[in-house]
Every structure is written in C-alpha cells, then in structure tokens.
Design a binder for this molecule. Structure first.
Ligand code: PHE
Length: 552
C-alpha cells in the first residue's frame, strides 16, 4: 500500500470494506456456538452490554487512532501508537497490531478454504446422496487430509493454497481490490443470508422427522431470545460475550486502524464507525442466529443442538439438512451457505493483510506486490502446520493466543494510551472532528473509566478462570482452603499445559498416551512459532525506528 497515494474510492466503499472486515466467519460460525453453549438467553444480555460498553468505544478509538496516524503518514499500529506518545515502548506494543493479523490469517484462511471447497462440492452435488453420517465423515476425512480432489491427494492442502493465492492476488491490487471485493461480496452475502434466514424462519414444525418428533425451529429462537437475567452475575458468560464482541467486530487487531488510516483527515469517522459496527451486529444477531440454529432445531430439536453445537456443525450437518429440501434447492442452499461463508471470510482475511503491507510500505518502501506476496508466503508457512497438525490442536493454539488473548491485551493497552496518555480531551476531538453524528457525551466517561475497567476484568477473568467457570464456588473455596481453584482453561494453566499433563498421568492406553504427547509437542511448537513471529516483527519495528532516526 503506497502510503502517499492509497485512499478509499468512496464512502460507500469504505463502509462496505470496514463492514466486510468485521463481518466474518465469526458471525456465522462462532456466534451461534457461543450463544448456545452459554445458555442462549443468558448470553444475549452480556453480549449486548459488551457491544455498547466495549465494542462501540473501541470502534471509535481505533478509527480515530487510525485517521490520526494516517495524517502523519502511518498506516500500521507500531508507528500510529508511537505518534500518540513520547514513550518509546508504544511502538513495540503496536507490534501486536501486525502480529495478530498474520497469525490469525494463518488459521482463518484455512477455515475459509473449507468454505470454498464445500461450495464447489455443493455445486458438484457431492452431498446430495450422502446420509447424515457420511456427510459428517466426509468432514472428518477432510480435516484428517484423507480426501482428494480432482486427483490431487490432499484436498485440504490444495484448497488452503488456492485460498492464500486468491487473497494474495486481491491484496496485490491494494485498497481498490479490497473495495471491489467488498462491493460484490457484502451485498451477495446479505442476499444469501436473507434467503437462508427466510428458510430458517419458515421451517417451523413442518420438518418434524420420525426420529425427532418434537423438533421445532422456534424452540431454537426462543431459547436464544428469551433473556435470562440471572446470567448477569456469572463472569464466565461475560468473558465469553466479551470475547465474541472482540472477535466479531475485529477490534484489538490493528485492521481497523489500518483501514481508517486511509480516510482523509477531515472525513467523518464517528458515523462511519457506527454504521460499520451496526451492520456487523445486524448480520450477526439477525442473520447469524436465523440460519444454523432454527434450521437444525427444526429437524433435530433444541436438545440435539445443545448437545452437538460446535463450529464444525456448519460443515457436518448443514449439507444434510439442505438435502431435505430436494436436490435442486439443496444445491442452491449449499452454494448460498458456503458462498456466504466464503465472502464473509475473504473480506476479513484481506483486512488482515493490510497492516503488514502498510507497515512495509511506510517503513521500507515495499510496493503492493512485494507486500502481498510476502504476506501470502508468511500465511502459507504459518498456516500449513495448522492444516497438517489440526488434529493435535495446533490450530487451537493460534486461535487462543493470537485470536483471543492478544486482542484483549492490545485493546486494553490502546484504550489506556488513548484515554489516559494521549488524553481524552484530544481524543474526543479526534472522534468528533468531521463527525456526521452527535456522539453522546456519556461516552467520554465510558471510554475513560468503564471500557478500561471492563477490559481489565476480562483479562483477569481469563487469566485466573476458576474450575468450571464457577466464580462463586471459587471464592468460597478460597476462603476455606486458602488457594484458588484454577480451571484447565485459565490462561495460567494453559501456559503450563497442566490439563494435558494431568491427562497424560492418568492415561493407560499406549495410543492415548502417544496422542497426548503429540498434543503437548504441537502446542509448544505452535507457541514457539508465534513467539518467533512476534520477535521477528519487533525486530523490524526496531530497524524501522533506527532508519527513521537516521534520516531525521
Ligand atoms: N471479525 C472477523 C469475524 O467475525 C474476524 C476478524 C478478526 C477479522 C480480526 C479481521 C480482524 O470473523
């Protein structure tokens, strides 16, 4: 991205690109899983509160930081953050805003490649004659690398490479390429989504099967949309809700800063940010909840969903459910569903390429082609182990450390920088300059106090999650036993692989022992790779800084 000439073509293009950045696989695959696994109606209130108290403020913070940085010729977070404080440390904290993108892109492009492959299989009619268990098996074979496509042995590897090549090609066209994809992809996605949501809404009880006589699509929706206020006192649900808000809005990543850095210095950001954020929420809350949940509930019932909800359901079960609509409609629905997922995915993965490209262009004069190809090569190198060692949990490590923990750390750091170091007086001016809407002044207070406190809460909650996420029991355990009952999922026990070592100590079957050992090995490998990536980008920032000081 040439830092001087690149700019968004139009306001619509910018909003669609930003909405495309946010609307992603998270809206359709992650949201329903989080919502169902956290109790449906108990999830929705913390989710909406997190949207207002963390999501919206972070969107405004990131957009205004981006535009501020862009005005000074910076398009990626290391030097955007650097320009907001005189302390040298901030440019290194900004490393997160490049690191997370490359690491997340590595596994995200892999899932994106599943959607591409499944869309093609839907066109080919691969699933039309398969039973439910064969469709589920197809997915297992796919991720275990045992399916082939057109004579090419490993279909998963093949589609992953194709997906990275497509991303690289579009990125090499710069913002114009991204804008074009968003202008085509977003409307199509909404159209496909409305069609599937309509089917979801109208399934009702007509689809009752003998095996599941009580199945009713509306049960799924009622479960999700009947608010349960008791959840307000359960921190575990708040953590899940906050995590979903981060992931779905793409905050704490650095992509929003980068996109906003190409906005003209007097152009509105307040309304643009709000529009893009609400578009994402519409897609998530309305379309994201009206497809998988009611369709699966309509055929299998709510109890089945509660038991089986996982993000693989979109691949393992949906093609079978579409088959109930007859051959032609099944193919159409398959193409719409996986096409929708593909468009949602690609407009997000493209965003992940831009901070790296912006950085290399600003600091080392790299052109778009060099930037795009280098990004593609990194994604390939970091992503291939995700493909090859998926079953050993390699992929999950990237998702946890780069796609979850890093986002919270970075969001907390940038909020402190913006509200407390750069200062909210200047910060508020940044948000409201050129604004086409009145930003409610209550957000001054929210950004300064509420957002950082909530972020600290979320971080601590993840750091010391107690057994079964049950905080009330944990505190009484603490008072009686004097120690904190950490859950295996807490950040602290994850670092030490405690749960895996515990499982290893209990395992007796040689095969199970072998598997756990491999899981430990590949977890450590994934973390080492991530650490090296972080160190590598930090070194680049250091060199860039040296170059800058020399040329002054
Ligand atoms: N928001 C995207 C989703 O919902 C994921 C994403 C995260 C995209 C960070 C860009 C940056 O899937």
């Amino acid at each position: 991205m040439s830092s001087t000439k690149e700019a968004w073509g139009s306001r619509l293009g910018l909003i669609l690109a930003m909405a495309g950045n946010s609307v992603g696989l998270g809206n359709f695959l992650r949201f329903p899983v989080q919502a169902i696994n956290n109790g449906g109606g108990t999830f929705i209130i913390p989710y909406l509160v997190c949207f207002v108290l963390m999501g919206i403020p972070l969107l405004w913070i990131e957009w205004s930081m981006g535009r501020f940085g862009g005005r000074h010729g910076h398009h990626s977070t290391p030097f955007i953050l650097n320009s907001m404080s005189s302390k040298p440390i901030w440019k290194y904290i900004g490393v997160f805003g490049i690191f997370t993108n490359i690491a997340v892109a590595a596994y995200y492009c892999y899932i994106e490649s599943w959607t591409l492959s499944y869309a093609i299989h839907s066109i080919k009619g691969t699933f039309s004659s398969l039973s439910q268990s064969s469709i589920a098996l197809f997915f297992d074979d796919y991720i275990n690398l045992s399916t082939s496509f057109l004579g090419i042995p490993s279909e998963a590897v093949f589609f992953f490479i194709i997906c990275v090549v497509i991303n690289t090609y579009i990125l090499s066209k710069g913002l114009a390429g991204i804008e074009k994809v968003a202008k085509i992809g977003m409307p199509l996605l909404i159209l496909f989504g409305i069609f599937l949501a309509f089917k979801g809404l109208t399934i009702g009880t007509t689809a009752v099967s003998e095996q599941f006589p009580l199945a009713n699509a509306w049960d799924g929706l009622n479960y999700l949309w009947t608010p349960q206020y008791d959840s307000l006192l359960r921190p575990g649900i708040w953590l899940a809700a906050a995590g979903q808000i981060f992931f779905t809005l793409s905050v704490g990543m650095g992509t929003i800063h980068c996109y906003a850095a190409y906005v003209k210095s007097k152009d509105d950001i307040a309304l643009n940010a709000t529009t893009a954020g609400f578009t994402n929420e519409f897609v998530e809350i309305v379309l994201g909840s009206l497809i998988v949940i009611p369709i699966a509930a309509g055929y299998f019932g709510l109890d089945w969903i509660k038991e089986h909800m996982s993000f693989g359901m979109a691949f393992q079960t949906m093609p079978f459910l579409f088959n109930q609509w007859g051959a032609v409609l099944a193919s159409v629905a398959g193409v719409f569903w996986f096409g929708l997922l593909f468009f949602a995915g690609i407009t997000s993965s493209l965003a992940m390429g831009t901070p790296w490209m912006g950085f290399m262009s600003d600091e080392f004069g790299w052109n778009k082609i060099k930037g795009a190809i280098s990004f593609g090569l990194m994604v390939l190198a970091l992503g291939l182990p995700c493909v090859l060692f998926y079953k050993y949990g390699y992929f999950e490590q990237y998702d946890y450390w780069a796609g979850t923990v890093s986002l919270v750390i970075f969001a907390l750091a940038e909020t402190i920088l913006f509200a407390w170091i750069f200062g909210l007086t200047k910060g508020w001016k940044e948000i409201t300059t050129g604004a086409d809407m009145t930003v409610p002044t209550i957000f001054k207070f929210i950004i300064k106090y509420i957002t950082p406190v909530l972020l600290i809460g979320v971080f601590l909650g993840a750091l010391i999650t107690p057994v079964n996420n049950n905080w009330i029991d944990a505190f009484s355990y603490l008072t009686t036993n004097g120690s904190w009952p950490f859950d295996g999922q807490s950040l602290i026990l994850q670092i030490t692989n405690t749960e895996k070592y515990h499982a290893l100590s209990l395992a007796t079957d040689p095969q199970a022992i072998e598997l756990i050992k491999k899981e430990i090995f590949y977890s450590n490998l994934a973390r080492t790779v991530l650490l090296l990536l972080f160190i590598g980008i930090t070194a680049l920032v250091y060199f860039a800084h040296k170059r800058r000081s020399k040329s002054i």
